[in-house]
Structures are given as C-alpha cells and as structure tokens.
Write a protein that binds this ligand. Structure first.
Ligand SMILES: [Zn+2]
Length: 298
C-alpha cells in the first residue's frame, strides 16, 4: 500500500511508501524545520557524480628501461594501499546522523545501482527511534528504519530508490498531455517514461487493467498502486532476478515488466545480488523480506 502522508496510514502493514514532498520534508526529513517553510523537492538534478571513479594512482610503465630502483618503492606503496581505500561517501549519505555502518551499506548499495538516477537522491535519513514505517521515500529523499537487519536495510533502500527513480528521476513535463495517472494531486504527464511501465497493469493510479491477476505482480504489495508496483518490481529485479526471469517466462505482464526494467534502467547490468527466493506459485507479499546474497561491491 501507499500513503501520501506520515499521518495517513492504512491499517494493513505499512512497509514502504512514497510521500508528497511537503509532508516528507516537514514530517520527517527535516525534524527541526518549521512547518511553515515547506520545501519543494521536485528536484533540479545536480551534476552527475561519478561513483565508479577510482583513486588515481601512479601509472606503471611496462617495459621501461629506466632503472627500477628509482621508482619502484613509490609504485609498490601505491598498489598496496589501493584495495583498502574506501569509496568516497556519496553526498546523500555523508551525514553524521547516519551511523558509519549504515553509511557504508547505503554507499555500497547506491553505487552498485545504475547511475542514471543517482543524483536525484539528495538525502538519506536513517531513524534510530523505532519509526512506525521501515522505509519512506519522496522524490529526492529516503528515510529508513535503522533498527532492521542489514539485509533488510539494504533491500528497503533499493525499494525506496525505486521510488526515487520513478518519481524523482524518470519524469515528464507539462509540455506533454496528462497521462491519466496522478501521484496524489500531481499530474503525471504522458511523456513520463514510467507511464509505459504503469500501463502494463494499470489504467489509472487506482484501477488495474481488466483481467489482471495477482500473479501479474512481483509481490502482493506491488499490486497496491502503480508506484508500489514500480518500486517492488525495481527491487525484485535487483535482488531476485532469477526468480523474476523464471516467472516472466510464463506470465506476459511480468515479462513486460522485466523487459521494461531491463530496457529503461538496468540495460542488462551485472547482477549485484543472487536471490534465494524460489517461485513455487505463491506470490510473495513483500520483496524486501525475501532472502538474497549480496554480491557487489563495484
Ligand atoms: Zn514503496
């Protein structure tokens, strides 16, 4: 399910959701901010970072006839240090209110995901005060519960980053006609790339395509609305790609969703996790609760 406010929640287990911008900023993202100073989150995307940039090292010149003893000590020292160098923390996670352990996990996860939407995430918040929800996302901010196990923390971050990708990165513009989908009160325009994904199972933000079955969604939670469908499918692709591919062989909607993710986001990117979920005919409720082995870093 999905809520648009921290104060409007369903009675069912609310696992993850995305929020309207002002509510997110006021309610959680900036606890000390005044409620009278709402912040517009619809982001201008900052200059893309280059997370895969490696530290520069002294180039090794093979076949050089120069006497080795004049440069060898410098080269050896550089090469030995390199594997231990930690990747630079992304700005979104480089905040002292996030414990170092969670900074490292989040940094690794975000660097392992496709980079095209990375700059849309401006700020990760981790709460250590037993929040009601395990994860929340707006267009440019994510809030996670810091008390969950590491594997779940990682999966939640991936799910919430799916919302960032959908709502904060792959967006349309009002030069285009309305799509018929709405994110709360916000119009989603027809040239929003995500609309093509929504239309696989949805005719509007609340109405499914006629004849849609439970099995057409990667999880029970994904069938809540098009936005949870997107985020759960995003996470299922990252964490359970084998099971997703297997299910896609016998389900047209899932085949279309798999292909959409592959085409628009992942481009057959190298897998960063191996899922342990096996398809037995029962649709799981929540992708973030399924087992997996994490393979990255890169
Ligand atoms: Zn969600």
């Amino acid at each position: 399910m999905r809520t648009r406010s921290l104060f409007i929640t369903s009675g069912v287990i609310l696992l993850t959701c995305n929020l309207s911008v002002a509510v997110l900023e006021y309610s959680v993202a900036e606890p000390r901010a005044s409620a009278t100073t709402p912040t517009t989150i619809r982001a201008s995307v900052s200059a893309p970072q280059n997370p895969r940039k490696r530290p520069q090292t002294v180039p090794v010149v093979h076949g050089s006839s120069k006497p080795a003893q004049t440069i060898a000590p410098v080269l050896i020292a550089t090469k030995e240090r390199e594997p231990q160098a930690k990747p630079t923390l992304l700005e979104a996670v480089d905040h002292t209110d996030i414990r170092a352990h969670h900074q490292e996990i989040a940094n690794e996860v975000l660097r392992a995901l496709p980079t095209q939407c990375l700059s849309a995430l401006k700020r990760l918040y981790v709460r250590y005060d037993n929040p009601d929800q395990r994860g929340l996302a707006g267009k440019n901010s994510i809030i996670l519960d810091g008390s969950v196990p590491d594997s779940e923390f990682r999966a939640l971050l991936i799910h919430e980053f799916g919302h960032i990708t959908d709502l904060g990165c792959l967006t349309g513009a009002n030069a285009s006609a309305p799509s018929g989908f709405r994110d709360g009160t916000e119009t989603i325009y027809a040239n929003d790339p995500s609309v093509g994904f929504y239309q696989i199972s949805w005719t509007s933000s609340r109405t499914k395509v006629s004849g849609t079955q439970d099995e057409d969604f990667v999880s029970g939670y994904a069938s809540w609305d098009p936005f949870e469908d997107f985020a759960e499918t995003f996470a299922y692709y990252v964490l359970q790609r084998d099971a997703f591919a297997m299910r896609a062989e016998e389900n047209t909607a899932l085949a279309e969703k798999f292909a959409w993710m592959e085409t628009h986001i992942f481009q057959q990117d190298t897998a960063v996790a191996t899922g342990t979920h096996r398809w037995t005919g029962t649709v799981p409720w929540d992708v973030t609760k399924l087992g997996y082995a994490w393979l990255a870093s890169r």
